[in-house]
Write a new protein. Structure first.
Length: 167
């Protein structure tokens, strides 16, 4: 497994985990159930950890991707910038989640306030996760790039054939 493969293995959980965690946290708030909220908090902490691993594997993946045709420094730079923003938000969400876990275990009066703060941060994380996932996908999937045109079907077909050969 090379660095690019490792990066692709770990980089999906921060995005998907944040989406699932947000839904679970909203359910916990709706049902006024701290156990459900704690599940969401644990998912957010794990997403933050995976975010750190994704950031750590990004440089190695970048070195491999830069050698590929149709991958420009601009595309990689856009993805890297979005990933850095997402990582900061997920680190903050992980920290708030740890505080939320602690306050829930102590039955502290501010526990509900923390859950609403976590929802707000998670919403930002979901938005940035979508952006990061899209810019990451654009690195190898030329068909989802904004400047992709219908006249570029032969290149897209070639990309699809080579992509299918990898599986």
């Amino acid at each position: 497994m090379n660095d690019a493969h490792l990066h692709m293995v770990v980089n999906h959980f921060p995005i998907i985990g944040t989406i699932f965690g947000l839904g679970i946290l909203i359910a916990g708030i709706f049902f006024k159930n701290s156990v459900i909220k704690n599940v969401a908090y644990v998912i957010f902490v794990v997403a933050a950890i995976f975010s750190a691993v994704s950031m750590a594997t990004g440089e190695g993946a970048e070195e491999i991707a830069e050698k590929l045709p149709s991958v420009t420094d601009q595309i990689i730079h856009e993805h890297e910038e979005m990933a850095e923003k997402l990582a900061v938000v997920l680190y903050a969400l992980g920290l708030v989640s740890l505080i939320g876990l602690y306050l829930n275990f102590k039955n502290h009066a501010k526990a509900n306030l923390i859950s609403y703060l976590a929802v707000l941060i998670a919403i930002v994380g979901v938005f940035l996760g979508k952006q990061t996932g899209t810019t990451g996908g654009e690195i190898r999937h030329t068909e989802i790039r904004e400047n992709a045109s219908n006249g570029n079907t032969s290149e897209a077909n070639h990309e699809e054939e080579s992509h299918n050969d990898d599986h």
